[in-house]
Design a binder for this molecule. Structure first.
Ligand SMILES: Cc1cc2nc3c(=O)[nH]c(=O)nc-3n(C[C@H](O)[C@H](O)[C@H](O)COP(=O)(O)OP(=O)(O)OC[C@H]3O[C@@H](n4cnc5c(N)ncnc54)[C@H](O)[C@@H]3O)c2cc1C
Ligand SMILES: NC(=O)c1ccc[n+]([C@@H]2O[C@H](COP(=O)([O-])OP(=O)(O)OC[C@H]3O[C@@H](n4cnc5c(N)ncnc54)[C@H](O)[C@@H]3O)[C@@H](O)[C@H]2O)c1
Length: 459
């Protein structure tokens, strides 16, 4: 005998809990299953704890720059890693508790802790119990990838989850992977006082971005004393009397980096291998991501996949947007589609990189006629006043429609300012709307009309 629900949700990431609440409000009976911590990656080992650490690192960095602003701290800035971790744990813990209490308080929702596994297209097992529903929603997220690097089984290494337990200052943190996870943690620990080396196998950091953006990010990190090794074609790990030796095999520089700790930040793997997807007939791609259509339905009618596990996004906002699409389509008879959303994200180094739409490289590849304008942050007066002049602004516009194609804002406030451009893209408005708008002084946004005045054909 199985227990029947109108809907079963597997995982409490960034889509599952909101979906449970919407269904519960609509009078549907819902079972939501979580095998680990409520709130998933973002809440416990991702966005929330890392951005809390970014804030501590920023405060320490500004304190170290006291002389630039006209104050002294009465000695060298000392970080207390136990207190930094306690602050991070408090912020993250509050959110984790909030998700659990919210779910347990929903009137038509049954919260079950345990590992869920499909037994058929309509049945799921958890803790030796069978549940069934006509609609099942998968929100199982992902975990840090562990590539089969030579020596990987011989040495200890950290990932984004185990980094959450670090309450000491690594003497020399070697970060393998020069993208979101690696660069955010790398800068955080450099600002806390660790020696940091980032090793990236590609030719540049944040390889999805344009060359000028990658180069600018690199200069910002190097200026803080982070060592960067790109083109590390053959990475290996081995024990060393000084800690761990990371073989880098770069085109230039030392062939080995000796660190006390290694952080692996080389991408994510979806949590789909132990879900019994074959029992339900749900298809995955070669990398284990659940294949979905434009409405997020899987290969099996009645089963949807939301968040990182569907490979259609890898951010909290894409997972939350998946929830909005599914809920609006099912409950409001809407026809929302994944393909209607515009790519956007931020890299939370300091200064941050705010991005929306296409990169310059992507625009070139698309072959369309475009206009581009670039402007250094050092000429933005708000940045000068704040003493935070690193970075650049780049705007891309379609030459014929005059609509924005994309933007990169690497600089103070870049994660917020980019929304001006993003919303114009959703509105399909021409760039002249922004150019004629009056903005507040002194802000980074007030420069957008000036920068748009410098648009020229993309060569
Ligand atoms: C270090 C780091 C920093 C990040 N920072 C940002 C950021 O600043 N901004 C941003 O937008 N994104 C960020 N991300 C990405 C973001 O965390 C994820 O995209 C987001 O959490 C979406 O996850 P999700 O909803 O797919 O599921 P998740 O949050 O991964 O949750 C899935 C849940 O399902 C549970 N589960 C899995 N399998 C089962 C099963 N069989 N049975 C029961 N439960 C199961 C898991 O325990 C987990 O709780 C960051 C990620 C990392 C790693
Ligand atoms: N600010 C944010 O929104 C944020 C922050 C952190 C993480 N995230 C999410 O988490 C996901 C994972 O981030 P990530 O940085 O781990 O992965 P990623 O896929 O963004 O980057 C992995 C990096 O590691 C490199 N790499 C891969 N294998 C390697 C190897 N064997 N040796 C050396 N380098 C190697 C890649 O070239 C790439 O630069 C991202 O896709 C992102 O969506 C988002």
């Amino acid at each position: 005998m199985s227990r029947h629900f109108d809907a079963i949700i597997i995982g409490t990431g960034q889509a599952g809990p909101s979906l449970a609440a919407r269904f519960s409000d609509a009078g549907m009976s819902v079972a939501i299953i979580e095998r680990n911590k409520f709130g998933g990656t973002c809440v416990n080992t991702g966005c929330i704890p890392t951005k809390t650490l970014v804030a501590s690192a920023y405060a320490a960095h500004v304190a170290c720059r006291g002389a630039d602003y006209g104050f002294t701290t009465g000695g060298a800035v000392q970080v207390d890693m136990k207190r930094i971790k306690a602050r991070k744990d408090a912020v993250s813990g509050k959110s984790n508790k909030g998700v659990e209490e919210w779910l347990r308080g929903l009137k038509n929702c049954t919260v079950i802790q345990g590992h869920a596994r499909f037994r058929s297209a309509r049945t799921v097992s958890v803790n030796d119990e069978l549940l069934d529903a006509d609609r099942i929603f998968i929100n199982v997220g992902g975990r840090a990838s562990v590539p089969e690097l030579p020596g990987i089984h011989d040495v200890p290494f950290l990932n984004n989850s185990s980094m959450m337990d670090v309450d000491f200052l690594p003497k020399h943190l070697v970060v393998v992977g020069g993208s979101y996870v690696g660069l955010e943690f790398g800068q955080i620990y450099r600002r806390f006082g660790s020696e940091v080396t980032v090793i990236e196998m590609g030719p540049r950091l944040v390889g999805r971005e344009d060359e000028d953006v990658s180069q600018s990010v690199r200069e910002i990190l190097e200026a803080e004393g982070i060592k960067i090794r790109t083109d590390a074609k053959c990475i290996s790990l081995s024990k060393h009397e000084g800690g761990i030796a990371v073989g880098v095999d770069c085109e230039d520089g030392e062939p080995e980096v000796i660190g006390t700790h290694v952080l692996l930040a080389v991408g994510r793997t979806p949590n789909t291998q132990d879900l019994g997807l074959d029992q339900a007939g749900v298809a995955t791609d070669a990398r284990g991501y659940i294949t979905v259509d434009d409405h997020l339905q899987t290969s099996v009618p009645g089963i949807w996949a939301l968040g990182d596990c569907n490979g259609r996004g890898a951010f909290t906002h894409t997972s939350y947007n998946d929830y909005e699409i599914v809920a609006d389509n099912l409950l409001n008879g809407d026809h929302r589609r994944v393909s209607d959303r515009i790519q956007t994200y931020a890299l939370y180094t300091d200064p941050p990189l705010g991005r929306c739409g296409m990169t310059e490289n992507e625009v070139r590849k698309s072959g369309r006629k475009a206009l581009v304008a670039k402007y250094p942050m050092s000429r933005v007066s708000r940045a000068v006043e704040k003493g935070e002049t690193q970075g650049l602004i780049k705007l891309l516009v379609d030459a014929e429609t005059k609509q924005f194609l994309g933007a990169a804002i690497l600089g103070t406030g870049g994660d917020e300012v980019v929304h001006v451009l993003l919303d114009m893209m959703y509105a399909k408005a021409p760039y002249t709307v922004v150019q004629r708008a009056m903005h507040i002084h002194p802000t980074v946004s007030e420069y957008l009309p000036t920068i748009l005045g410098k648009l020229e054909p993309l060569k």
